[in-house]
Design a protein around this ligand. Structure first.
Ligand code: NDP
Length: 505
């Protein structure tokens, strides 16, 4: 496998600029097969190309990460934090063009891409602020018999596998704590939105010692090789529940530690004690339709107390009807296309089956540019009523701009409906009565409950985040993520063992 010198993520091809997500190992780009990455708003436009990483690439990346591990892990946490802070500065300086690239490959509107790309520096910055937490061992007994203390130690080579919906932000939720803790990483971007993340990772890799950050883009083959690799000690996986199960099976081979951030079917519950204001309606529009519904903790179903139901549906459909669907680079668009054809076709099929089952399906909003509509994976925002609580649309993770709205009559009923799912990522409770909202929140089987809000921004990087049940294992964000990529080591330094059981010699 030949190596070419590392260069920028942009390669000139005649008069077009082609972005490239390459296999990057110890600062070198490796040869590979490529496939095109298209713009979901104009599927005939090729934005760049992605390397289809193989098991052999993963072997090379793990070897480089293993070689870099001793020196990186032996730096102090503060020294590692200084490296990471320098990288955050370089990424911030390039954030504008990177956000545009993300919109072109992922589809989301520009402000959403800015949040995603901005996440890299923001999350790195947050974790560099936690270096002190790793600097000191914690003494929990010290007396005449000796001293016992414990400290957090890095695990080793860490795999970070991410999906296409928020590629940069999600990758850095795994990479940042892993690196600060002294691990080296092999990152696997999704083949469906790899370009921006790969460009950011090349900047990060260039600011750190060789081999600390390695990248193997591509499809399931590269991901599966990371999950199974005997040289990897930890995997941060973000993606669907089905793939998460495969990762966990593969990881069992060498008892890898896994953190799984998986799918969700988040309910929003508008209680009898809520007041249906413009704010509540607008927040719930954002909660459902940001990123065209393709965020793990977007609201996927809305339950409204029957006393508010008709009025809510009327105001909600009017608000959703104001959304404008178009190219994410056009400032008039409020939502972009969905990211890929399988997702696009899945949603259309789901809507066909929902209609056939007798539900009322309101396709709302405006197509910004009807002439180019059929060239993109555009879906207008859709509100569904007259739908059974157990219907497919209510129980699946639709991951698109479609939401069912259902009435309920009592707190017990809505708690039962909310919990009647294999998912358990997040939920929200909407009420003017804080105590009422908290009583319901504590009964919900999910990792996060938001009160009177449920959208990006609410899930702060410092706040433990993850799922009950089929929505995952472990908690990301905050100090919990730092703990999740370290092992707790206890050192028992005895000077007097005379009190121990057994005969003394
Ligand atoms: P997938 O599970 O299909 O893919 C996730 C990643 O895993 C991709 O990089 C994919 O590669 C890779 N992969 C595919 N097969 C394997 C395998 N056998 N072993 C290891 N890795 C593999 O998810 P999507 O990309 O479709 O993402 C959408 C899902 O992610 C939704 O369910 C969403 O809810 C969830 N998600 C969860 C979040 C959370 O924090 N809980 C946050 C964001 C999303 P490739 O795509 O290149 O095939």
């Amino acid at each position: 496998m030949a190596q070419t010198p590392s260069r920028t993520a942009v390669a000139d091809r005649g008069d077009t600029v082609l972005h490239e997500a390459a296999v990057l190992v110890a600062g070198q780009r490796l040869d590979s097969e490529f496939q095109p990455v298209v713009n979901p708003a104009r599927v005939h436009e090729v934005v760049g190309r992605v390397a289809m990483g193989t098991g052999e690439h993963v072997d090379r990346a793990v070897a480089a990460a293993s070689a870099a591990f001793p020196a990186w892990s032996q730096l102090s946490a503060h020294e590692r934090a200084e490296h990471l802070a320098r990288a955050a500065g370089a990424i911030t300086a390039a954030a504008g063009p990177l956000a545009e690239l993300l919109t072109r490959e992922q589809g989301k509107v520009l402000w959403e891409s800015r949040v995603d790309v901005g996440g890299a520096a923001h999350i790195l910055g947050y974790y560099t602020g936690l270096a002190e937490r790793l600097a000191e061992d914690e003494v929990f007994r010290s007396d005449s018999r000796g001293t016992i203390f414990s400290g957090r130690r890095p695990m080793g080579v860490t795999g970070v596998i991410v999906p296409w919906n928020s590629p940069v932000y999600l990758a850095f939720l795994g990479i940042s704590p892993a690196l600060l803790a002294g691990n080296t990483v092999v990152v696997k971007p999704s083949e469906l939105a790899p370009l921006t993340l790969s460009a950011v990772l090349e900047m990060l890799a260039a600011k750190l010692p060789e081999g600390v950050v390695n990248v193997v883009p591509g499809g399931g083959e590269a991901g599966a090789a990371i999950a199974a690799h005997p040289g990897i000690r930890k995997v941060f996986f973000t993606g669907s529940t089905a793939t998460g199960q495969q990762v966990m099976r593969a990881a069992a081979g060498n008892l890898k530690n896994v953190s799984l951030e998986l799918g969700g079917n988040d309910p929003a519950i508008v209680l009898e004690s809520a007041v249906v204001t413009d704010r509540l309606v607008d927040e719930l529009v954002q909660s459902v339709f940001t990123a065209s519904g393709q965020i793990c903790f977007n609201v996927k179903r809305i339950y409204v107390h029957r006393s508010h139901y008709d009025r809510f549906v009327e105001r909600y459909t009017a608000a959703v009807d104001r959304l404008v669907v178009g190219d994410g680079l056009d400032p008039r668009s409020t939502i972009g296309p969905v990211n890929n054809r399988p997702q696009f076709e899945r949603i259309l099929g789901l809507l066909d089956r929902t209609r056939a089952a007798g539900a009322t399906v309101r396709v709302l909003g405006t197509a910004l540019d009807p002439d180019t509509w059929d060239d993109g994976y555009f879906l207008r925002p859709t509100v569904v009523t007259d739908v059974e609580p157990g219907a497919e649309l209510v129980s699946c993770e639709q991951f698109g701009p479609v939401v069912p709205v259902l009435p309920f009559d009592s707190d017990d009923e809505v708690v039962g409906l909310a919990n009647a799912t294999e998912f358990g990522l997040a939920a929200s409770v909407w009420s003017e009565d804080r105590e009422h909202a908290l009583r319901i929140a504590r009964r919900l089987e999910c990792g996060s409950v938001f009160i009177n809000v449920h959208r990006i921004g609410a899930s702060d990087v410092s706040m433990p985040f993850g799922g009950f049940k089929g929505s995952g294992i472990g908690r990301g964000h905050g100090i919990t993520a730092l703990e999740a990529c370290t092992e707790l080591q206890t050192i028992a330094d005895y000077v007097d063992v005379s009190g121990f059981p057994g005969p003394s010699r």
